[in-house]
Design a protein around this ligand. Structure first.
Ligand code: NAI
Ligand code: UGA
Length: 475
């Protein structure tokens, strides 16, 4: 039987738990890592080569360690008992009801994990908050754990994750930084060191930062808020560019040469999506409001308000350019995921654009290389309440068709809306697409991926975020 130096259990086998633990296991053959989840479906999929999430390079990493020192299981109690260290990597979505609804993060799942650990543990453990949580959640986790009546010692650490979907493996293999927060007591420092030792297997120690628990928890929320703020900032400028014939790409580039600003996160878009930016900024807003810091809350809330404006602005422009009606018109949506190289659709701007078009009576033909029809319809239902019962007299198939490829999606369409920046959309045969579409044929590019000049040459009427508008094309 293999002897492991250390045992890790991770509760939550989602976008963070799965890839993070796979990378730990592949870099630490001396550590046994087991990822557990309440969802048998997720665990079963992790044990096949049809992983439950799409992430470039993930399957190779999983295969390199699965069965050696990486395991996926639903036997949560047994795996917690075996572990020296338990990561909590469960979802912390925005609350939908009760106090703080629409703002506060729901940490119910984290608390349930802490209760489960306290219930089944038979020896001391380091418990690591990997989920993104409101600042001071570690205190709640610690109190739940310490309320066990077995006299077991638990140390709680905060180790927020900074990976981005689509680049998760690269981000995990070569992280910009690993952040570990812990109590500044002897036991707390010893626990911090245990986690440092895990990451030090492959991360240079100068990139492993240690802080207090509260600084670590808060830094994660603030990092996402700063990133989201940059996207909202450049998106606000995209509206100004369209009004002045400036080009947002040129403006971004000009900014990026200033070292103090830098080149990243300056790409204007139809709006940011994903499961975290909105959730985490709203959570920051809620925390500030709860602490009576209303001006600070208002400041950060603008990041969300601008993002909503950007999504609405995109759809309003489509409507206005298409003679103020899309009723009965076929519209091809290219892309549905919230960004390229992922199949994740949580908070995707595509669903908001799609919902607004459906409200106007459009018929949607959607293509995304990584999103199934089932998942799209789930997203419509979850985010906008659109389902068979809310489309009176219609089935969802009357209004939303998912297509095999971009070409069939565009056949007979009046307009194309590019909503995810998949590389493949840059090199489509747009001449062929143009020939198959109703005329005038519109392209609304929410991701600035198409070659505007080339498409205009073919005959398309093209509108891209933050780009000079082509005036009087048909006059
Ligand atoms: N998705 C991302 O790119 C990133 C997410 N985060 C944060 O990481 C946390 C997890 O996010 P995701 O992995 O995206 O969520 P997810 O929804 O993909 O996965 C969470 C998993 O936890 C499981 N779970 C829930 N309660 C459980 C319990 N009591 N016991 C065992 N399993 C349980 C669920 O069944 C689900 O499979 C969130 O707090 C999120 O804000 C942080 C950085 C990046
Ligand atoms: O906490 C999290 O969940 C993660 O949130 C983001 O990662 P993610 O949401 O996966 O993806 P991003 O690359 O940040 O993109 C978020 C959204 O912003 C949009 N975006 C991003 C960059 C940009 O310049 N413009 C822009 O519109 C993307 O298209 C996407 O819709 C952060 O980048 C991660 O560091 C963080 O760990």
């Amino acid at each position: 039987m293999t002897q492991y130096k250390y045992h890790i259990c991770c509760m939550g086998a989602g976008y963070v738990g799965g890839p993070t633990m796979a990378v730990i296991a592949s870099n630490c053959p001396d550590i046994r890592v087991c990822v557990v989840d309440l969802s048998k479906r997720m665990i079963d999929a992790w044990n096949t080569d049809e992983l439950p999430i799409y992430e470039p390079g993930l399957l190779e990493v999983v295969k390199s360690a699965r069965g050696r020192n990486l395991f996926f299981s639903t036997d949560i109690d047994a795996e917690i008992q075996k572990a020296d260290m338990v990561f909590i990597s469960v979802n912390t979505p925005t609350k939908t009801t009760g106090i703080g609804a629409g703002r506060a993060a729901n940490i119910k799942n984290c608390e349930l994990c802490a209760r489960k650990i306290a219930e089944v543990a038979t020896g001391p453990k380091v418990v690591v908050e990997k989920s993104t949580v409101p600042v001071r959640t570690a205190d709640a986790v610690r109190r739940v754990l310490m309320a066990n009546d077995k006299g077991i010692d638990f140390q709680v650490l905060s180790n927020p994750e900074f990976l981005a979907e689509g680049t998760a493996i690269a981000d995990l293999q070569k992280p910009g930084r690993v952040l570990i927060g812990g109590m500044q007591t002897d036991k707390g420092k010893a626990a911090i060191q245990q986690l440092v030792d895990v990451y030090a297997h492959w991360v240079p120690t100068e990139r492993i930062l240690t802080t207090s628990l509260w600084s670590s928890e808060l830094s994660k929320l603030v990092a996402n808020a700063f990133l989201a703020q940059r996207v909202s900032s450049i998106n606000s400028i995209s509206a100004l560019c369209e009004a002045t014939d400036a080009d947002v790409h040129e403006v971004s580039r000009a900014l990026s040469f200033d070292d103090r600003i830098g080149p990243k996160f300056l790409t204007a878009s139809v709006g940011f999506g994903g499961s975290c930016f909105q959730k985490d900024v709203l959570n920051l807003v809620y925390i500030c409001e709860s602490l009576g810091l209303q001006e600070v809350a208002d400041y950060w809330y603008q990041v969300i308000a601008l993002n909503d404006y950007q999504k609405q602005r995109f759809t309003r422009n489509m409507l206005q350019r298409m003679f103020n009606t899309v009723t009965g018109k076929k519209i091809a949506l290219l892309g549905f995921a919230f960004k390229k190289d992922t199949g994740d659709t949580r908070e995707t701007p595509a669903v908001f654009v799609a919902k607004a078009l459906l409200d106007e009576g459009a018929k949607l033909r959607v293509f995304d290389p990584q999103v199934s029809r089932e998942q799209m319809l789930e997203e419509f239902d979850y985010t906008c309440g659109v389902n068979e019962t809310t489309l009176p007299g219609l089935t969802t198939s009357d209004m939303i068709l998912t297509m095999e490829d971009a070409y069939t999606a565009c056949e007979g369409a009046h307009a194309i809306a590019v909503l995810t920046e998949w590389d493949a959309f840059k090199t489509l045969d747009y001449k062929r697409i143009y020939a198959s579409m109703a005329k005038p044929a519109f392209v609304f590019d929410g991701r600035n991926v198409v070659d505007i000049a080339a498409l205009r040459q073919i005959g398309f009427e093209v509108y891209s975020i933050g780009k000079p508008i082509q005036k009087n094309q048909f006059i």
